[in-house]
Design a binder for this molecule. Structure first.
Ligand code: NAD
Length: 483
């Protein structure tokens, strides 16, 4: 099968296999078929990856930023040329429809490689004059960075972490989610083809235990995790033990606030983008949709009508616009939440049904009459389940929107310019949208407040999280000592 990887891991510039590791079956979510098998990294494989990364990092850091950037930009070009094949692989790995993967995954990974490739040559410290003395700062790499990925965007996450890390002169060891192990191997292959030194970007497979082994190794300097809040707590704590740098991209239960004066079609389109892209498996999703009283009924009716246009079918067919969930387990979790919503008294307007076919298919669900205390309004579901909550006025909705442990994203739909900015300024979230939702251009910082995360990915802000400053004081005159 074309998806069968050459081997499980990619270390020191080549594929590596160790069949002593636990078998991990890769299941195509659209059919439930096993399409590939990889093995979890054994301690020997982990050792090999850390040794290779450590060695390569010194070589890579000694190159100029322009030279490093050239490699990243070449890798971006290769990714764009192979967009079709990479998109097909992303669809095999995740089940997301090709209609999405062909425009949102390898393309977004290539954007990151291109953007950070462009920045690499401009990374500098500064000069601070102090009379005749002076200070200069050097922007230095951190060393070996570990990236740990979630399963919803395997190519994108591998690049969002790898590109800034490599631009700053670090080496990376990336552990993909055990649900989607295939795509990151291709990212590693492409970086090598583009001229990156062997060992600068490595991929090792495994479950949480492999991630934990990497995080606790004293030769690892930084950990960037994309995952759930409970995993984030564990990884953050383990990293703290070694005082390591961290970036935590965690979960959310984000508010999307729709005022009466919003353009109805835009607000409905925004709510669809905020809840049903990638079958709802997006961390920043605006799953608590607060709709003002005067527009709520029309909003729900139009939304329900537009959901009827979703096309289910073979994810490889470009006409298909809605795919399955990633795994049997995720399907079970999401169906559990739907049952809970009904049990707690929310109105299931449409959807939430399993399709009678193999694979992990579920129709997109809208709940109306949801109240703040319901489980579906409080917990991250990570599936195609939208909750509609009615509100009356601005102050009330701000307080309710902020009443959550999470703070990843937030959105506002209104045609009142002043209100849009006033409300966004008061929402406790790291990545916000006005009359839009879920755009993630590489030029803009992305990340969460509160329990949704620490640090930022993308943009110039990511450089701060993959480099450190060394301060050098230079005295030009004699040293005055007390004795
Ligand atoms: P998860 O937390 O179960 O797993 C994430 C990764 O962490 C996996 O690779 C897993 O193997 C690894 N892991 C698990 N335990 C570990 C440990 N003790 N030490 C080290 N690594 C460990 O998350 P998931 O189910 O794969 O993904 C869904 C979650 O990810 C959702 O909560 C979603 O919101 C979040 N997410 C966040 C972002 C973001 O950028 N903020 C993006 C995508 C997904």
């Amino acid at each position: 099968m074309q998806t069968q990887p050459k081997a499980s891991h990619f270390i020191d510039g080549d594929y590596v296999e160790d069949t002593n590791g636990d078998r991990i079956e890769v299941v195509y979510p659209a059919t439930g078929e096993v399409i590939a098998t990889v093995h979890a990294a054994t301690p020997a494989v982990i050792e090999q990856a850390i040794t290779a990364a450590h060695k390569a990092q010194k070589v890579w850091a000694s190159m100029t930023g322009t030279e490093r950037g050239r490699v990243l930009r070449r890798a971006a070009d290769i990714m764009r040329l192979r967009n079709h094949d990479l998109s097909v692989l992303e669809t095999w790995d995740t089940g997301k429809p090709y209609q999405e993967t062909s425009v949102a995954d390898a393309t977004s990974g290539a954007d990151a490689l291109e953007y950070f490739g462009g920045l690499a040559g401009s990374l500098t410290g500064e000069h601070i004059q102090l009379g005749e003395n002076w200070v200069y700062t050097r922007r230095e790499p951190l060393g070996v960075c570990v990236g740990i990925g979630a399963w919803n965007y395997p190519t994108q996450i591998a690049c969002w972490k790898g590109a800034p890390a490599l631009a700053c002169g670090n080496a990376m060891i990336f552990k993909p989610s055990e649900n989607t192990p295939l795509c990151a191997l291709k990212v590693a292959e492409i970086l090598m083809e583009a001229g990156a030194p062997a060992g600068i970007y490595n991929v090792v497979q495994g479950m949480g235990a492999v991630g934990a082994a990497l995080v606790t190794d004293p030769r690892v300097d930084k950990v960037s995790l994309t995952g759930s809040v409970p995993t984030g707590r564990k990884v953050y704590a383990a990293a703290a033990e070694g005082i390591k740098h961290v970036t935590m991209e965690l979960g959310g239960k984000s508010p999307l606030v729709i005022f009466d004066d919003a353009d109805l079609e835009d607000a409905v389109g925004g709510a669809i983008m905020a809840n049903f892209y990638s079958s709802g498996q997006v961390c920043s999703n605006g799953t608590r949709v607060f709709v003002q009283k005067g527009i709520r009924k029309r909003f729900v009716a139009r939304l329900s009508e537009r959901l009827g246009n979703a096309v289910f079918g073979d994810p490889m067919d470009p006409a298909t616009s809605f795919g399955p969930l990633v795994s049997a387990r995720q399907l079970e979790i999401v169906m559990g939440y739907i049952a809970k919503g009904v049990e707690e008294g929310a109105t299931l307007v449409r959807g939430g049904e399993r399709l009678d076919q193999p694979g992990f298919w579920l129709t997109p669900a809208i709940f109306d009459n949801v109240t703040d205390d319901m489980t579906i309004a409080r917990e991250e579901i990570f599936g195609p389940v939208m909750s509609v909550l009615e509100f009356k006025d601005e102050d009330e909705v701000i307080a309710r929107a902020n009443d959550t442990e999470f703070g990843l994203s937030a959105g506002v739909f209104t045609n009142d310019l002043k209100r849009a900015h006033r409300v966004i300024a008061q929402l406790e979230a790291g990545t916000c949208y006005i009359n839009s939702y879920n755009d993630a251009p590489v030029e803009a910082p992305f990340g969460g407040m509160k329990n949704s995360g620490v640090g930022r990915e993308n943009s110039k802000a990511a450089i701060e999280h993959y480099s450190q400053l060394k301060t050098v004081f230079v005295r030009m005159g004699p040293v005055e000592a007390p004795f």
